[in-house]
Every structure is written in structure tokens, then in C-alpha cells.
Design a protein around this ligand. Structure first.
Ligand SMILES: Nc1ncnc2c1ncn2[C@@H]1O[C@H](COP(=O)(O)OP(=O)(O)OP(=O)(O)O)[C@@H](O)[C@H]1O
Length: 606
């Protein structure tokens, strides 16, 4: 073992045994040989032992001279004098003293120090692969090995989870290189092995890892949990024959014993993190912007929004009250090129007819009694953005003409004014009426209908959304639980059943309100059907027998269809009816959904 005599700028001298394969020298205390010389770079040079010779290499831009000549790299000979800034280093190939580069740290201590650092980082780290790489890098440092592998046994298969060399790089193709008899022995005996001189060892010189990795010296220790081997740490040295000795094996054994627990924890934590992520993804896949729901009908709605959002096409959203028509309109706006512009909502049904025109188009001062100042309307306010005309079916006929004109001419005129003002907006209209019926009745203009209904989005009532009712219920429970700091955690099983059974005439708005009220008033962790005011009599009102029979039949066919993933032929077979019965059932549902009269019954018995 060679010695380096270090002379600092203050004339102090010390001897350092070059025990490591790479010894760093510099101003920084992290170096193996720190020197208090302000002129030195943080790391000035490395001394590298290649198994035969010691070589000095200047670090980056360090100005190094050897025997008075500038050098960047130099194979050291006895008596060579290296100088960087005011620091001098003398090389002596003979061992001199017992002072090592880290005098206070024996290998065992170093191993433990490394483990402590590793365990501290364990909780904060999110990347298991990187963490294991760092663990192996630290171990290479401790044991002065050239190559290190952390191998786990998963379902009887070896999987190399970290393969590192002394340059802190990943060794490619590691699995093929290390799968061999040395590891098999360690796994079988559960005891560590050191093969000090592998090339001359009769038993191991032919081992594939020794040959493939051109190793001269090998150590391998098991990673154990509750008496079982779940992996191994394998270290190899390809340069210094017999570098590993019993002491190095002892350091590795200490390290492996402690590392077993930490690696197990790291794997467990990693698994939990992944699981958490998958759960989060599952939850977020039930959400599209602010819209919650993952059932087939809502997925079709999302698909439509996705298609039309980026265009300027008019959209007509229809559905019963509280089904989320305004949320859909906002989502279209949010995903459009107008997202930075305003979103202006007008409830056409809530404004008295006499005020509606001025509300929509604005008015000039003095236009009518009470018009004390000029005011712009909702059309002008929505300039550059989206105008949401809610309850468009309630719009009086006279105003329907004016709206149509405004949309065609892209201009509006204030009440009492004669000058049209250009407006640039996109219209999303909504209705809970069946506008086709209104057209037939003569209460809605067909030309306006076609202008608004370029693309139609039909929102299903909540009672037809299947599992989404529960998904929405849980979403509101979480939302309001958080908002009100309530201690509720979920629903009782009977509350879940009640939520599925109830017809929800007020749809999502009603569900939201019932859950919100229950969360505010609940004093237990689980919200019950009573907390939701879902009493048996409203769940199952008494119906005339014929209607009850029909309701039951409808629900039962739906359930069997769902169980058969929508397969109509199989459903008909399971129920022992003609397939036409199932087709007619679906036609009826569709007509109901559209608010149309049911198709004529052919009188066929199910
Ligand atoms: N898919 C959904 N996910 C989450 N919340 C929803 C969803 N649909 C509706 N809501 C909520 O339900 C309530 C009613 O929604 P919204 O006002 O959009 O319904 P609407 O169909 O426009 O009602 P109306 O016809 O009475 O105007 C709102 O609080 C809304 O946030």
C-alpha cells in the first residue's frame, strides 16, 4: 500500500495511506484527503490505483504540476512531487504509517454510516431504482469493489435491481452476466462467500460471472427476511487480485444484514406508492374536468365534448333538470380556444319577458322607464367568450327571432338604439324540454332550433347512470366532508342500496343537496339512508299492480343485460323470452330517454 505525504500551505505535513482505488484530494471536506488551502479547487485531483500502478489525474481545470512540469495525468514513480496551488504531495510506493484517508472510519463504521444515510433518504425518495443504485454506489465505496449487483429473487426468478461499476454507471446486460453458481450457493446456504483469488480458485474459476465479468475477486452475501433469502448483494473486483479478504466480507455481511430490512422497506414503500398512484388514476379516470362519472352514457358525453370543444359550433345540451347541463357548457368553454374569454350564463326562464330583451342585448339611456343609464347586455358581455342560454325552451317567440338574427348577423342592437354592434361569441344552449315537441306545438322556431342544435348532447337522468350514482355520492361526500371539516368517511351499505333504488327526480342537484345536508348534520362516520332522507316509502311508493309489474320487469331486464355486458341474445335466452322482447324493451327505454311516446306494443308476451 503506497503513501502520500501531504504538505499544506502552512508547512504542516501528514502521511496518508492510499488504501482506496480512487483517492480524491481537494479543498472540500468531502474529499478523501481534504487540505486547508484556499487556492485549491473543491476537488483538485484523483489518485487512481489500477492494480499495478498509481496514477494522478488533475480534476477538470486544476493546474497540476508533477516535478515542476504541468501535467493533466501522470503515472507516479517513487519520489514524484505533485503541486496544485500552495499544496505539495509526495508519492512513496512503500507503506509508511497506519494513517488512512479516513482515519476515523473503519470499514464496518463506514458501512453503518452509509446505511444510516440510506435509511434517512428512504422515506423521502420516490424513485426506488435510483435509491438502490445509490446504495450500491455507497457499498462499492465502502468495500473498494469495482462492480456491484443487487439481485432480488422474485417468484423464483432472479432480477437484477441495481448493477453498478466504480464510475457510478449502470452495467448493461447484468442478468446474463451474474446468474451463476456463486449466487446459487449463497441462496442455498444462506451464508456469504468470499472468493479472494477467483482466477486461481479451483472451485470458482469457471463460474460464469468470474469469466464474463473478468473478475479476480468476488464477494456475495444474502439479503434475508424472516430467515428467507429474498436477494443477494454481489461484489466483484477485476483488478487487484485478492483485494477482498475476510475483513471486507465482514463489512459486507454487516451491511447486507442491515440493508435487508431497508431494501424490504423500500420495496414495500415503492409498492404502496405505486398502488396509491393507480388508485388516484382510477379515481381521476372517473372524472372529466368538473364532470364526475365513468358510465357508458357519460363517456359518450365526454367524447362529444372533446370533439366539439375546439370548434365554434353551436351546441344544444338537453336533459332533465339538475343533470349537469351548465357544467357541460362550462366544460366546453374551458376546453375551447375561448377559454380565456368570458363565460356568461343567462337563465332565459327566470327573467320576466319584459326585461329579457334588454337583459340579452342591453339598452340605451331613456329607452324605457327606469333606463337611467346605457347598459350592455349578456351578448356584449360574452364577446370573445361563450354565451350559455339556459332554458332556451322558455324563450318567448318574439325574442327567438331576435336571437336568431343576432346569431346570423353576429351583431346585436341595444333596446332603444339603431346601431348594431358586432359580437364574437359561441353559443351553448340548454333545455329540459323536448324541443321537437315544442316545434310541433308552434312554441319554438324550427330555424332557431337548427341554428342552435348543430351538435346535440343528451344528458341521461341520474336514475339511468347505474354505478355513477354511487361514484357521484362518494365524490360529494368527500367534497363536503372536507369543506365542512366533518368526520364522515362513507355511506352505510343500506344508504348505498337506497341511493341506487331512488329515482332522483332532481337528478345530481338533488343528490348533491341530500349528501351535503347529511354531511353537515351527520354525527357518525357513516352516512345512513335516514341521514339522506331516503325513507322506504319514497324508495318504493305504492304503485298500481300493473305499473309495479312493468317497473320490476324493466329493472330486471336491465340488470340481466348489465350482467351479460349488453348481449341481447344471451339476455333473451337467460330470461326465456324472444329476442324481440329485449329489442322492444330497449326501444322503449330510448323513447323514454328522448321524452317521446313509447313505440306501439306488438302484444307479444315475454
Ligand atoms: N357530472 C357531474 N359531476 C359533478 N357534479 C355535477 C355533475 N353534473 C351536475 N353536477 C352538479 O349538479 C348541480 C346541477 O348541475 P347543473 O346546474 O349543471 O344542472 P342543469 O342540468 O344545468 O340544471 P337546470 O336544468 O336545473 O338548470 C351542480 O351543482 C353541478 O355542479
Amino acid at each position: 500500500m503506497a503513501t502520500l505525504i501531504v504538505k499544506g500551505p502552512d508547512g504542516s505535513e501528514r502521511e496518508v495511506a492510499l488504501v482506496k482505488r480512487i483517492t480524491s484530494v481537494g479543498r472540500d471536506v468531502e474529499n478523501d484527503v481534504p487540505v486547508a488551502d484556499p487556492g485549491l479547487p473543491a476537488t483538485a485531483l484523483h489518485i487512481h490505483f489500477d492494480g499495478r500502478d498509481y496514477n494522478a489525474a488533475a480534476h477538470e481545470r486544476a493546474d497540476m504540476t508533477v516535478n515542476g512540469k504541468r501535467r493533466t495525468a501522470w503515472r507516479l514513480a517513487p519520489g514524484d512531487r505533485i503541486r496544485v496551488a500552495a499544496t505539495e504531495l509526495f508519492f512513496d510506493p512503500a507503506p509508511r504509517s497506519v494513517v488512512t484517508a479516513r482515519p476515523q472510519s473503519g470499514q464496518r463504521l463506514l458501512a453503518l454510516e452509509t446505511l444510516v444515510r440510506f435509511s434517512e433518504r428512504l422515506l423521502g425518495a420516490t424513485d426506488l431504482a435510483r435509491l438502490l443504485d445509490e446504495l450500491m454506489d455507497a457499498l462499492l465505496e465502502v468495500t473498494q469493489a469495482d462492480k456491484g449487483f443487487l439481485i432480488l429473487l422474485e417468484d423464483g426468478e432472479m432480477s437484477v435491481r441495481a448493477a453498478r461499476n466504480v464510475a457510478r454507471e449502470t452495467i448493461e446486460g447484468a442478468v446474463d452476466r451474474v446468474s451463476d453458481s456463486i449466487i446459487a450457493r449463497v441462496v442455498q446456504t444462506r451464508r456469504p462467500i468470499v472468493v479472494a483469488d477467483a482466477l486461481h480458485d479451483r472451485e470458482w474459476s469457471g463460474s460464469s460471472s468470474v469469466v464474463n465479468l473478468k473478475l479476480c475477486s468476488v464477494m456475495c452475501a444474502p439479503l434475508m427476511q424472516k430467515g428467507d433469502v429474498f436477494g443477494v448483494i454481489y461484489l466483484g473486483n477485476d483488478n487487484v487480485v485478492s483485494l477482498f479478504d475476510e475483513k471486507a466480507l465482514e463489512a459486507l455481511t454487516v451491511f447486507a444484514a442491515q440493508a435487508s430490512l431497508l431494501v424490504q422497506n423500500a420495496i414495500l414503500l415503492d409498492g404502496l406508492r405505486r398502488e396509491n398512484l393507480t388508485l388516484k388514476e382510477a379515481v381521476s379516470s372517473k372524472q372529466y374536468g368538473d364532470l364526475i362519472g365513468a358510465g357508458a352514457s357519460m363517456r359518450e358525453v365526454y367524447r362529444r365534448i372533446e370533439k366539439v370543444a375546439a370548434t365554434d359550433i353551436s351546441v344544444l345540451v338537453s336533459g332533465e333538470t339538475g343533470t349537469g347541463k351548465e357544467v357541460v357548457a362550462r366544460e366546453i368553454h374551458r376546453r375551447s380556444g375561448r377559454a380565456n374569454g368570458p363565460f356568461v350564463a343567462v337563465n332565459c326562464g327566470a327573467i320576466p319577458e319584459s326585461l329579457l330583451e334588454s337583459e340579452l342585448f342591453g339598452h340605451v339611456k331613456g329607452a324605457f322607464t327606469g333606463a337611467v343609464a346605457t347598459r350592455m347586455g349578456k351578448f356584449q358581455a360574452a364577446h370573445g367568450g361563450t354565451l350559455f342560454l339556459d332554458e332556451i325552451g322558455d324563450m318567448p317567440l318574439a325574442l327567438q327571432v331576435k336571437i336568431l338574427r343576432a346569431l346570423q348577423e353576429r351583431a346585436v342592437t341595444k333596446v332603444g338604439d339603431t346601431r348594431p354592434e358586432p359580437v364574437d361569441l359561441r353559443v351553448v344552449a340548454a333545455t329540459n324540454r323536448v324541443l321537437e315537441e315544442e316545434i310541433k306545438k308552434g312554441t319554438f322556431r324550427e330555424d332557431l332550433y337548427y341554428r342552435l342544435n348543430v351538435v346535440a348532447i343528451q344528458l341521461p337522468p341520474l336514475r339511468d347512470r347505474g354505478e355513477d350514482t354511487l361514484v357521484l355520492g362518494k365524490y360529494f361526500l368527500q367534497k363536503y366532508g372536507k369543506e365542512f371539516g366533518a368526520k364522515v368517511r362513507g355511506f352505510t351499505p343500506s344508504a348505498l342500496v337506497a341511493m341506487r333504488k331512488y329515482a332522483w327526480p332532481g337528478n345530481i342537484r338533488e343528490l348533491e343537496n341530500r349528501v351535503k345536508k347529511a354531511v353537515v348534520l351527520a354525527d357518525r362516520a357513516l352516512v345512513s339512508a335516514e341521514d339522506l332522507d331516503l325513507r322506504p316509502e319514497i324508495l318504493e311508493p305504492i304503485l298500481p299492480l300493473a305499473q309495479a309489474k312493468e317497473e320490476f320487469q324493466k329493472r330486471y331486464i336491465n340488470e340481466v343485460l348489465e350482467r351479460n355486458a349488453g348481449n341481447r341474445t344471451k339476455t333473451a335466452k337467460d330470461l326465456g323470452v324472444d329476442p324481440r322482447t329485449i329489442f322492444r324493451h330497449l326501444e322503449k327505454l330510448e323513447a323514454e330517454r328522448r321524452g317521446q311516446p313509447p313505440p306501439p306494443d306488438e302484444g307479444e308476451a315475454p
